[in-house]
Structures are given as structure tokens and as C-alpha cells.
Write a protein that binds this ligand. Structure first.
Ligand code: XIL
Length: 474
């Protein structure tokens, strides 16, 4: 079993062939007209198809049916799709033995009509799990039976039409220990292997994944996956891939993302980025949107660089419908279209990563990395002030020299500076390293100081760059 599966995985053709074949039988009436989007010349899906890559989106059932602009973007920009909620346990089997297929069927029809590869999401998860399962007090045999009939019903219903299943979602805590779910608590860690075997029975053609967040970098949690995946493969359990959700914080793409993807690929697994979004403290300014674009670019680049990384799915399309503000108060704007459905810099970053023209996107320096700047006025009098600027270099590798820059909004002029070489041209200040502080390790902080003049207003700058890359002001 495991050998055949592995052989099949080496080619991406089956999923694509499946998608093509399904399109042929799809109800043409459901197809959304392929109108060219206003500001984005080459649709992402066209660029992705040309590279044999999948660019997907999570599609909410209510938006598909109730928002024509959303449905149009879903159809025209993406060659892959995940149901945002429609296939989850609480939607599909809200009470024991009672199934509700309405939204899931509608989603499947939409994907088929628009020739999209489907990622099934998700079969076994502690969340969005009805209380009849989580609080049922079932013994191991009965719970295993409940899990089996659920997997059978859902994966069985869509067998042959789902290319990938997120079979188990989020079984680990961030420290790499097992999460206390009703499944783990009742069945022990064997529930994962059981679920994978049950899914393989129900749909022998689907590629079977484990899916989680905070496993994009190399850390305790992704190490736990690495060990688990190795064990499962050694036991011949049908595991085909790892889904990295990638719910990220702006400026914090793990520097070792590509290395992490590669180590799972080296185990013989596929990897998919399954739920990408990059959240920003609201309101998001231009600087943050540019940083977000670089983050999207970095994620796409990391995946594209590893042959077995099959695609990237964005968790939504337009900012206005994102789950982020509900779950991370004060944060938002994590997606690739503005609330008015125009493409964001992050959209153009994806377009460019896929070999397209890009647009007014992330600019010429897509190198991943991030910095934070803390700008403080320490002392101020009528015509002058003393300030301190500390930057933290969050990039992947050490710097051997640096140049920090900002622009003063209200006519300030530096008169002397220390811990660096200072220059000002117009309103733009540039500080480069002194002979002794050019070397900055990843995560290192450098502090510089200055005296300056001002003529009344002394508004602090809000945008900083370090070696040409935008920093976050803290
Ligand atoms: C989220 C949906 O986007 C929301 O609409 C819903 O209210 C909660 O779940 N990890 C997952 C996804 O695997 O299923 C979650 O989706 C986001 C986090």
C-alpha cells in the first residue's frame, strides 16, 4: 500500500488528470463566467498551471452563494479549492447519524464546475466537533467506530473527487506534546494511524495529509511531526503529505521554512501550504502591506523551490471575510484582496513569484527577513532634541554591515550622531554601521543615538528600512 502510494505521489499527474476529468462531467451551468479581473492581468491560476503548481483558496459556502464578486475571484484566480467550513464534522454530522451535505455538495459542485483541485478539510479535529462526540463519554471501541463511520461517510461520499484530505488536523500542542482531544484521550496516539487507514479505505485515490499551524519553521512542534511521519511511514501507514497551515504574523516568515519543507520532502512526503494568511495590527499602513507582500513572496518562493511542495492555499480571498479579526483581536488585513476587491501588494507578490509580471507589488528586494525599530525621543527642548533608535534584525542570517534609514516628517535635521555614520539628504536620514558594530547576528539589536534640531513640530517617523527592507515600527 505504502509503496504504491509513494510511487503515485512522485507524479502530480493523477490529481491534475482527476481535475480535468471532473471538469468534463461538471455541470456547466454552475461555471462562473471567466471575466478578466479589473487590475490583475494574468490570473494566478494560469501562471500556476504553467508551472504545474497549485494555487488555492479557502472558500466559504455563504460567500460562494451570496457574493458574486467573491465567487468570480474564486473561479478565475485559483486552480485549487478548500472548503472553509463546509466539510467539518459539526457541519456534516451535527448529530449522530444525521448528515447535512448541502454546503459540502455545493462546494464540490463549484470546484468541479471551475476545474479546481479539491483539498478535503478536515476529517478528524478537536475543534468544530459537535458535543455529541466530544462529550459523549464513549469508550475506545465505540469512539473508534464513530470515527470510522464519519470518515467513511465523508471521504466515501466524495471519493474520486477529492485530491487530498486533511485527515487529522492539529493533533499536537506547540511544544510538540499531544493535544488533549477526545480522540487522543480515548484512543491514544494510535488514533492518527487509525484515521489515515480509515481514510485510505474510504477513498483509495486521495492523498492523505496531516495538517497543522506553527509547523512552518523547524521547532518543537514540527519536530514532533517529523518523528511521527517517520514512524507512520515505517509502519506502512498511508500518509502522503504534511499540510503547513501558515497562519503567519507580518514580518515573521520563519527563515528556515524552505529547509523545513525539504526535510519532510526528503522523508518521501509531499508538502502543501494549506491556509496561508499574514496578519497585521490594524489599521494596516503602506509599509506593513509591503512587508506582507514580501512575506507572501517568501512563502511562495520557499514552496516553489522544493519539488514536492505541491502548492499554496490562501485562507480566504478578500480581507473583509477573513477569520483573523474574530480570532486575533486588533489584527486583520491578512489576505490578497482589499475590502473593495482590488488586488493587494500580496496578490502581486504571488503573481510575480509564479513568474507573472507582478505589479505595484513588493518591490525589487523580495529577500525574506524582517526588522523592528524602536524610535524614542529621550529629551526635547524648543529647538532641538536627543533621540535613540534601536533596531532588531530578525532576518535569517547575520548581517556583516547595515544601513538604517528613515524620513523625518517635520523638518528635523541631525546635528550629530553616534554609534554609526550619519548622513541626511533632504528629509531622509541614513545611518550606516560604525567600524565596530557592523556584525549583527540574527535576532541581534543595535542602538544608535543622535542630537537633532527641529522647528516646532517634532513628529516621529513611522517608516524605517534596514538594508532596503521595510521594518516594523514598535
Ligand atoms: C476557521 C474558519 O476560517 C472560520 O470560518 C471558522 O469559524 C473557524 O475555523 N485552522 C484550520 C481552519 O484548520 O479550519 C480554521 O478555519 C482556521 C485554523
Amino acid at each position: 500500500m505504502s509503496e504504491t502510494r509513494r510511487g503515485r505521489r512522485l507524479s502530480r499527474l493523477p490529481a491534475r488528470a482527476l481535475r480535468g476529468a471532473l471538469a468534463a462531467v461538471a455541470a456547466a451551468a454552475l461555471a462562473v463566467p471567466l471575466a478578466a479581473p479589473a487590475q490583475a492581468d494574468t490570473p494566478l491560476r494560469e501562471l500556476a498551471d504553467a508551472r504545474d503548481f497549485e494555487i488555492g483558496a479557502a472558500l466559504g459556502a455563504g460567500y460562494l452563494s451570496g457574493d458574486a464578486r467573491f465567487a468570480d475571484l474564486a473561479a478565475t484566480q485559483f486552480n485549487a479549492a478548500t472548503a472553509e467550513n463546509a466539510m467539518k464534522w459539526d457541519t456534516v454530522q451535527p448529530s449522530r447519524g444525521q448528515f447535512n451535505w448541502r454546503d459540502a455538495d455545493a462546494f464540490m459542485d463549484f470546484a468541479a464546475a471551475n476545474d479546481q483541485t479539491v483539498r478535503g478539510h478536515t476529517l478528524v479535529w478537536h475543534s468544530q466537533l459537535p458535543s455529541w462526540v466530544s462529550n459523549g463519554g464513549f469508550g475506545a471501541a465505540e469512539l473508534r467506530g464513530i470515527m470510522e463511520s464519519h470518515i467513511d461517510a465523508v471521504a466515501g461520499r466524495y471519493a474520486g473527487r477529492v485530491a487530498y484530505w486533511d485527515v487529522v488536523n492539529e493533533p499536537f500542542n506547540d511544544d510538540g506534546s499531544w493535544r488533549n482531544s477526545v480522540f487522543y484521550n480515548t484512543l491514544g496516539e494510535g488514533f492518527v494511524a487509525d484515521a489515515l487507514r480509515m481514510a485510505a479505505e474510504a477513498d483509495p485515490n486521495a492523498e492523505l495529509y496531516l495538517n497543522d499551524y506553527n509547523i512552518e519553521g523547524i521547532n518543537a512542534k514540527s519536530n514532533a511531526y517529523y518523528e511521527l511521519a517517520r514512524d507512520l511511514l515505517a509502519q506502512g501507514v498511508p500518509l502522503d503529505g504534511i499540510g503547513m497551515q501558515a497562519h503567519l504574523i507580518n514580518g515573521q516568515v520563519p527563515a528556515d521554512l524552505q529547509r523545513n519543507i525539504q526535510r519532510f520532502a526528503d522523508l518521501g512526503l509531499d508538502v502543501a501550504i494549506t491556509e496561508l494568511d499574514v496578519r497585521i495590527p490594524m489599521p494596516a499602513d503602506q509599509n506593513e502591506l509591503q512587508q506582507q507582500a514580501r512575506d507572501y513572496r517568501a512563502v511562495l518562493d520557499a514552496c516553489l523551490a522544493v519539488d514536492r511542495c505541491i502548492g499554496v492555499t490562501v485562507w480566504g480571498i478578500v480581507d473583509r471575510y477573513s477569520w483573523v479579526p474574530d480570532v486575533f483581536p486588533g489584527q486583520g488585513a491578512p489576505l490578497i484582496y482589499f475590502d473593495d476587491y482590488t488586488p493587494k501588494p500580496s496578490y502581486y507578490a504571488i503573481q510575480e513569484a509564479l513568474g507573472g509580471p507582478g505589479g505595484p507589488g513588493p518591490g525589487p528586494d523580495p529577500e525574506p527577513g524582517a526588522c523592528e525599530v524602536d524610535y524614542t525621543v529621550q529629551n526635547q527642548w524648543s529647538t532641538g532634541f536627543t533621540g535613540q533608535v534601536a533596531f532588531t534584525h530578525n532576518g535569517a542570517s547575520a548581517l556583516s554591515g547595515w544601513e538604517l534609514s528613515w524620513s523625518w516628517p517635520s523638518g528635523q535635521r541631525v546635528s550629530s550622531g553616534w554609534s554609526g555614520t550619519w548622513a541626511q539628504s533632504g528629509s531622509t536620514v541614513t545611518v550606516s554601521n560604525a567600524a565596530w558594530n557592523g556584525a549583527v547576528p540574527a535576532g541581534g539589536t543595535v542602538t544608535v543615538g543622535f542630537n537633532a534640531t527641529h522647528s516646532g513640530g517634532n513628529t516621529a517617523p513611522t517608516a524605517f528600512t534596514l538594508n532596503g527592507q521595510a521594518c516594523t515600527a514598535v
